[in-house]
Design a binder for this molecule. Structure first.
Ligand SMILES: [Zn+2]
Ligand SMILES: [Zn+2]
Length: 404
């Protein structure tokens, strides 16, 4: 019955009535993308779009991001909705009329749509302020693409006073049917750390390797030894992915170089596996090198932590979305994805959930659609109304019922 009531509140109708605004804001942001922690033009567009609303704006010093606070007419719980704002340093080859006008910068991860959907949800929920018991925080966050923007906003105190009791985020996915939502309880996305290994030997003539210490075959052995470590020493039910994506050494055919280097990524689904794989990489690299009279330095730069969804938050989102669009609009994901998200920092502090929203372009098969981070990524803008409605329904449901 509650689901029926939520469905009858008209969130989708309200979102559809705002669809031209959502699309216009998305396209304006798309045409003028910004990178990293400073996205002032994007923020200005959001502020302009929402300037007449009864929102309190909080910002910090580390980023240009802001949290807009909507206080409902009555006191109650506090819920956070998040949209990220930054683009990627890459060329755009979509041919869209509103394609990026900024050289080598593209909204290829859909953060333009996340920001626009969040802005429209803010407008709709402000319109229902009189009925809301509690507070909604709209987190407009730059610096998701490797810049730890969410962590900086937390460190700036933007998620305190009022502190959210639940947090939700949507991420578009062109490789999923348009308008369908998906997520899962527990780990949804991986931790992502950068591994760099330098193997040092002794340079010399390529014809006389015994007078040198050749780091190249040792570096190659470390690449395979790491894969053996991952399959033999890591629990398959608490997995890790280690990919050496770059291998570099030497300058010409007749010189043994002094050193060789490896660069790669380390992904896990738990902090325990993360620590174990970090230790293992160092141990394997240093000892394989030592076996061949080389030295290896393995450095791991910690990136985003694991994104862990709270089971109650996923259940809430599923009910809210099923109430809006029917049970078919929700797909329970069978497994996590080994990509990473800095919404993980929010979910370390606040129980919540990230969900994917399918936006396969019209006329395409979703399995074949260009994915996020593709220079030709396209999406179905009509689906954005569903994302806006989902934001509203989820926030309203948490304020009125909590996780029950
Ligand atoms: Zn991305
Ligand atoms: Zn993204």
């Amino acid at each position: 019955m509650n689901d029926m009531v939520a469905g009858m509140r008209g969130w989708l109708e309200a979102a559809q009535a705002m669809q031209s605004d959502t699309v216009a804001l998305r396209r304006a942001i798309h045409a003028e993308p910004e990178l990293g922690l400073q996205t002032p033009k994007t923020m200005a567009k959001v502020r302009e779009a929402l300037k007449d609303l009864p929102l309190e704006w909080k910002s910090g010093t580390s980023t240009t991001g802001a949290v807009a606070v909507l206080r409902g007419a009555k006191p109650g719980r506090t819920v956070l909705l998040r949209g990220d704002m930054d683009a990627l340093p890459m060329p755009e080859d979509t041919g869209l009329p509103f394609r990026s006008r900024v050289n080598n910068t593209m909204h290829a991860c859909g953060h333009d749509t996340h920001t626009a959907m969040l802005a429209s949800a803010a407008r709709i929920l402000c319109g229902r302020r009189g009925e809301l018991a509690g507070t909604v925080l709209f987190m407009f966050q730059p610096g998701e693409e490797g810049y730890h923007g969410a962590r900086y906003m937390i460190e700036d105190g933007l998620l305190a006073d009022p502190a959210p009791e639940a947090a939700f985020a949507l991420h578009i996915m062109p490789n999923a049917p348009a308008g369908v939502f998906g997520s899962k309880a527990g780990p949804l996305l991986a931790s992502a750390d950068e591994m760099s290994i330098t193997v040092r030997g002794k340079g010399g003539h390529a014809s006389m390797p015994h007078d040198a210490i050749d780091p190249v075959p040792v570096a190659c052995e470390i690449v395979t030894a790491i894969q053996v470590f991952v399959t033999r020493r890591m629990n398959i039910f608490d997995p890790a992915v280690v990919t050496v994506a770059k291998i570099e050494g030497g300058s010409t055919d007749n010189v043994i170089p002094e050193s060789a280097s490896l660069l790669g990524t380390v992904r896990t689904l738990s902090e325990a596996a993360r620590e174990r794989v970090h230790e293992g990489i160092k141990r394997v690299a240093e000892n394989v090198a030592r076996a061949h009279e080389c030295e290896a330095d393995a450095a791991i730069e910690r990136g985003f932590p694991v994104t862990v969804n709270d089971a109650r938050a996923v259940a809430l989102a599923q009910k809210a979305i099923a109430g809006l669009f029917g049970a078919d609009a929700w797909r329970a994901m069978a497994s996590p994805i080994m990509g990473a998200e800095d919404f993980s920092y929010v979910l370390q502090k606040v129980p919540g959930a990230m969900m994917f929203l399918g936006v396969c372009p019209e006329g395409q098969q979703w399995k074949m659609a260009c994915p996020c981070h593709s220079n030709r990524m396209l999406l179905n803008e009509a689906s954005l109304a569903r994302g806006v409605a989902a934001h509203c329904a989820i926030a309203e449901r948490f304020l009125s019922q909590g996780f029950d």
